[in-house]
Every structure is written in C-alpha cells, then in structure tokens.
Design a protein around this ligand. Structure first.
Ligand SMILES: Cc1cc2nc3c(=O)[nH]c(=O)nc-3n(C[C@H](O)[C@H](O)[C@H](O)COP(=O)(O)OP(=O)(O)OC[C@H]3O[C@@H](n4cnc5c(N)ncnc54)[C@H](O)[C@@H]3O)c2cc1C
Length: 406
C-alpha cells in the first residue's frame, strides 16, 4: 500500500511511525512545508491518559518522549489575586518542547524508513500531483488547523467553521516556572488570562488571552504586536519577574472552531487539527491528534495486504471506531471554550473557591463526586466557600425582610 501524508506535525509523523513499524514494506511519504528544525509554538502538555495510550501503541517512541518531558505535581490557579495550589491526584501529565517532540518523531520515522520531504507546501490537488503523492492508495491531511487539503475538498468533508471571540497568542518565557499555573487577572477593568507551564529546565510556555471586551477597551486592535506583548508583560509582571515574553510567530488570533461532517472524501482522510480543532484550554490537541493517528494506523494495517478490503472501507472503519471517543473530547473542548468566552463574568461573580469549582467542572467530565474523590482537601475548601456564600445570602434576605436595609 502507498500512503501520502501532508504535514509532519505530531499526527502525520506518528501515523507514519505506527504504520511503518507494523508494515515495513508499505511505501510512506510525508511532505512538510517547514524546515525540519522549525515549528510554531513552544511546549505542549501531554496528559497521563494520553501518555499511557502512546506507551501501549509504541513503547520506544513513548520512552523517547518521556525522557525529554518535565513533570509537575501541582497546578496553581489564581483569581482575585488568591493563588490556590491544586495537587494533581496522579502522576499527571508531562510537558515537552514542541520542537523536541517533532524531532523525536522525525527520527523514529526516518529510522523506520519513512521518506520526509521538508520545505514542500501542498496547496491543492495539483500540488499533490506535482509532489508525486496523488497516486497513493490513501492521502492523509495531517496539515493542521488551516489544512489546505481540507479546504480543497471542503464540500465533500462538510466543513463548518466558527470563530471564538476571545483573543490569544502563544508565547514562551526564558525561565522555568516551578509549576503549571493559570492566572485570571482583572487589570484596569480588563479580564486577562495567562496559562503557563515549564516544558524544559529553562523554558516555559505562556499563552496570553483576553476577552473581546478587554481587547476593545484597551484598543488592542490598533496596537502593534510589541505593544500588546508589553501590555501583557505589564499585567503579568509579578509572575514574569523581569523576564520578557518570547515570540515565535506569536500572532494574535481568535480561535477557529473547525468541524467536518465526514472525515474522508474518497481516499483522502483528515486527522488531528485538520479534522477538528481542539481548544488549547483543555491542553489535549496533540494527544487527540496522536490518538487519531493510532486509530487510523489500526484501521489501515489490521487487514494487512488483503486487497479485498479497499482503502475506502478501511477509512470508513477509522471514522466509525474513532468518532465516538473523539466526539467526547471535542464536546469537552467546546464546553471549555464556551466557559472561557464569558470569563469576565466568572471573574466578577465568583469568590476564589467558587471559581475553582466552576473551572474544574466546566467541561462536564468531572462532577462534584469525582472532584471530591480526586481532590478531597480542595473540595472541603469549596464546600466551605459555598456555605459561606449561602450564609451571607440568607443573612441579606433576613436583613431585607426585617427592613434593616434602607
Ligand atoms: C496556544 C496553544 C497551546 C496549545 N497547547 C497544547 C498543549 O499544551 N497540549 C496539547 O496537547 N496540545 C496543545 N495545543 C494544540 C496542539 O498544538 C495541536 O492540537 C496539535 O499540534 C495538532 O497536531 P496536528 O499534527 O494535527 O497538526 P499540527 O501540529 O498543526 O501540524 C501540521 C503540520 O502540517 C504542516 N502543514 C500545514 N499546512 C501545510 C501544507 N499546506 N503543506 C505542507 N505542510 C503543511 C505544518 O507546518 C505542520 O508541521 C495548543 C495549541 C495552541 C494554539
């Protein structure tokens, strides 16, 4: 079987490795627009559940990744200038520089015999032809959130898109924060958010975000990229402690929500962000993309060289087997970004522990029972805060009914 992959991101590279390890005689070629040593972003987190799936799918790749990862035991969430430290209930996830992740996968892929051609951008079907990729049995669009392959076959995939209203940019910081953290800060009436975590001994990811009201009030549309960066450096000066934000094509964007009614159009199939964009607030886009690769590799290789099972049938199996599980995560992602879209309101409405409760339960994947089991001390504090709020509310009602409030 011949397989062409557009995009040497985590999903495309991982797919090629998994297939080559099981079917070394299959012909697999990847084209990537960037050079081998360049990428966007900084570090990414891979959650524990994702890591165990990677271990089960391909232990040597998993071990090479884990060797480069930084693990943290706590996450600190700050709202109303009150930091609350949350100990992770299990081993938690690890963070890794995106470039390290890619270079490990590149090495595994080339060692296995995958051909990777860098500096080749495939814009449409004619480019696929020119790159010698169009005669493959399966063509995989692993080309990320702005997928050209998806755009070229949009009506067959049934693509829909929506743009969220919050604004964000992905920066780095030349310091390793001691732990992962989220800071929700009200500053001169604006709602500012920093998501940061260390991904190496000396560097951290820092995602800067604000709601649209803040963007408008501060006139951020008219600012230069440097001015926006300076504004965030000022707002998060206590955390940055003199360190500047580092840009790596860190453009300000509103998150595009991409969905596809169908994952395959003939022999062309989408995986990872090209198929569905998972919001960064659940920190799982890479893991979802790599899980797609695992499911697609299974669907393609399970019938080996049996010519009676066509590529199109294998792709249909992929969508059927992977779809339900992926939809659950995408539903969680959707609840999470909808919650963030109203962040200004939550920051005003909730006391710190109430905020933590609302934050931790925002996706619906964790309810009060699970929260109490995983974080008993935190839940005690949340209960106390809720009781205090209820007590204050009933005292207000009482005072109102006895006419004490003029
Ligand atoms: C701010 C931010 C923070 C994030 N943090 C995390 C996190 O902590 N944990 C996590 O799991 N995920 C995180 N993500 C999500 C994660 O980056 C993506 O979900 C993941 O990279 C998707 O992998 P992919 O292989 O599908 O696509 P990509 O990683 O986007 O890879 C696509 C590849 O295709 C190439 N390409 C694109 N177009 C073409 C073309 N036309 N021709 C040739 N090549 C092309 C690109 O150069 C790229 O190398 C974050 C995302 C953002 C925006």
């Amino acid at each position: 079987m011949k397989i062409s992959i557009v995009g040497a991101g985590p999903s495309g590279l991982y797919l090629s490795i998994l297939i080559k390890h099981r079917c070394p005689h299959w012909d697999i070629k990847i084209v990537e627009q960037n050079a081998a040593d360049s990428t966007f972003g900084f570090g990414v987190v891979l959650a524990e559940a994702g890591l165990s799936r990677l271990r089960a799918a391909d232990a040597p790749t998993h071990d090479a990744l884990v060797e480069k990862m930084i693990f943290t035991t706590h996450q600190i969430i700050t709202t109303r200038e009150t930091p609350i430290s949350i100990r992770r209930p299990n081993a938690g996830g690890g963070a890794i520089a995106r470039i390290d992740l890619l270079q490990i996968l590149q090495k595994e892929a080339t060692d296995a015999g995958v051909q990777i051609e860098f500096g080749v951008r495939v814009q449409d079907m004619a480019d696929l032809d020119a790159a010698g990729l169009s005669d493959a049995d399966v063509i995989v669009g692993a080309d990320g959130i702005n997928s050209s392959l998806r755009t070229a076959c949009e009506s067959q995939f049934g693509t829909t898109r929506e743009s969220l209203t919050n604004h964000f940019a992905w920066f780095g910081v030349g310091k390793a924060f001691p732990t992962a953290a989220l800071v929700f800060r009200e500053h001169r009436g604006g709602a500012f958010i920093a998501h940061y975590y260390p991904y190496s001994e000396s560097n951290s990811t820092f995602v800067a975000e604000c709601d649209d009201a803040t963007w408008q009030t501060f006139g951020m549309a008219a600012m230069t990229a440097e001015q926006r960066q300076q504004l965030f450096e000022e707002v998060f000066a206590p955390e940055l402690d003199g360190h500047a934000l580092i840009s790596n094509n860190s453009t300000w964007r509103q998150f595009p929500v991409i969905r596809n009614a169908r994952w395959a159009a003939g022999k062309v199939v989408l995986i990872g962000d090209a198929e569905t964009s998972a919001h960064f607030s659940i920190g799982s886009g890479t893991r979802i993309a790599m899980d797609d690769a695992i499911a697609l590799a299974d669907a393609l290789v399970n019938d080996g060289d049996d010519a009676a099972v066509t590529a199109v049938e294998r792709l249909a199996r992929f969508a059927a087997s992977r779809g339900p599980e992926k939809l659950k995560l995408i539903a969680a992602s959707e609840k999470s970004y909808r919650w963030y879209e109203s962040i200004g309101e939550w920051m005003k409405r909730y006391t710190p522990y109430e905020f933590i409760y609302a934050f931790m339960t925002r996706t619906g994947r964790i309810d009060e029972g699970r929260l109490a089991a995983a974080y008993p001390e935190l839940m005690q504090q949340i209960k106390l805060a809720q009781a205090q709020r209820a007590h204050a509310a009933s005292a207000d009602v009482e005072a109102g009914s006895t006419g004490q409030i003029a």
